[in-house]
Ligand binder design. Structure first.
Ligand code: PLP
Length: 409
């Protein structure tokens, strides 16, 4: 038989949301007395902003004309979108990026999964724990994570984020090469202020490490001292790659558009000690393995930077943040330790009575018909915690929160 990439066989089974779906289905089959309310999966629910759908329609009509038809998009993305991002997301905050440092893509998931290809097989990788599973699994599939011991990958450096450190990872005690950070965080909803993030940039500089910074939830930040971009931190342009997405910002989870910033100053070296720019490597990688994001989608993304687009998108974020406040208030009145919900659409809390995550999941599902996400699915330090999302409708959020309150009061 054909020899396969054995790393696939090492992967632990049952993806988190598959297991959640299985248990919900089993519960549904028993004919619950109430409607099942879902605040589990991290997907948006509001329809697209009118500015975006108008742009989609207009671009579609263009494609139907011989003068407006477009084939393959430019490798790094259309100038109109790169320029809109450069101006609105960076220049407006005093961050000066060159257009060639911004790469349009079809999702932060794919880019955060693919970026590890640029680094040597023996790079030491650190991840916050709990964590967005993509960082861990992409390194495991490429053989960099070692073997799975039932709880952890032997070669990864896990940085626990618990109630004891306010859900912010401590700097690694050992030297690491690649540092995944995600703020506002999924799943904990925690955020880092500028000073805290500066500590990581300094660490990276001192240790010749690279920070892979996932800012997918930047649109949810309200606090003035919370950086929207890691490049707000002095020196970050030398050591950090940033991933951003329109998925959570503008409800593009089903439309697919994102961008990644790889500054030209971020350097690495080859086996023979030759210096190489990660920007040129990523450019090579993308032009080899990716053929661009659809023109109509890039037009829709650019539309969020129009005056009406900005307002509509802000309203969407505001709607979800109102939901987050409802969940947060319930946690506070129940005296349950939690994080998130202020600069993030997630609320992360300690399962009451010292329950483990899956037991609490089952209790909430069977007794209140509410679906959340068990923290253990995000890493060993997520055990004993639970995630609720603010991405539901107002009605579902209110009702589910009320049921949770009644169950736990
Ligand atoms: C939702 C999410 C993303 C966005 O992924 P897309 O592929 O752009 O939809 C990226 N990172 C984290 C941590 C997320 O939760």
């Amino acid at each position: 038989m054909i020899k396969v990439n054995s790393n696939y066989a090492k992967m632990p089974g049952n993806y988190l949301f598959a297991e959640v779906a299985k248990r919900v289905k089993q519960h549904e089959a028993k004919g619950p007395s109430q409607k099942i309310l879902r605040l589990g999966i991290g997907d948006v629910t509001l329809p697209l902003a009118a500015a975006c759908t108008n742009a989609l329609h207009a671009a579609t009509d263009e494609m139907a004309t011989s003068s407006g038809f477009r084939g393959y998009a430019p490798d790094q993305g259309y100038d109109f979108l790169i320029e809109a991002i450069r101006q609105n997301e960076y220049a407006a905050r005093g961050i000066d990026l060159d257009a060639s440092e911004i790469f349009i893509s079809d999702g932060a998931k794919s880019d955060t999964a693919n970026i590890q290809e640029l680094f040597s097989q023996d790079a030491i990788v650190s991840v916050p724990d709990p964590v967005y599973p993509v960082y861990v699994d992409s390194n495991a599939l490429s053989g960099r994570a070692g073997s799975y011991d039932g709880e952890r990958w032997t070669n990864l450096v896990y940085l626990p984020c618990t109630v004891d450190n306010d859900f912010l990872p401590d700097l690694p005690e050992q030297k690491v090469d690649l540092i995944y950070l995600c703020f506002p965080n999924n799943p904990t909803g925690a955020v880092m202020n500028r000073e805290q993030l500066k500590g990581w940039v300094d660490y990276a500089k001192e240790n010749n490490a690279i920070i892979l910074y996932d800012a997918a939830y930047r649109a949810y930040i309200t606090g003035d001292d919370i950086p929207r971009s890691i490049y707000e931190i002095e020196g970050a342009k030398d050591v950090a790659i940033e991933f951003c997405s329109f998925s959570k910002t503008a409800g593009f989870t089903g439309v697919r558009c994102s961008w990644t910033v790889v500054p030209k100053a971020v350097l690495g070296e080859t086996e023979t000690g030759q210096e190489i720019s990660l920007n040129s490597m990523w450019s090579r990688r993308q032009s080899t393995k990716f053929n661009g994001t659809a023109y109509i989608v890039q037009r829709a993304a650019a539309a969020i930077y129009t005056e009406e687009g900005k307002k509509q998108v802000q309203d969407m974020v505001g709607y979800y943040m109102h939901n987050a406040a409802i969940i947060r208030q319930a946690m506070a009145s129940l005296n349950i330790p939690f994080s998130g919900g202020t600069d993030s659409p997630y609320v992360w809390f300690r399962c009451p009575g010292g329950m483990d995550s899956w037991s609490f999941f089952d209790k909430l599902l069977s007794e209140a018909n509410v679906v959340g996400t068990p923290g253990a699915g995000f890493g060993p330090s997520g055990e004993g915690y639970f995630r609720l999302t603010a991405f539901g409708s107002r009605e579902v959020t209110e009702e589910a929160t009320q049921r949770l309150f009644e169950l736990l009061k």
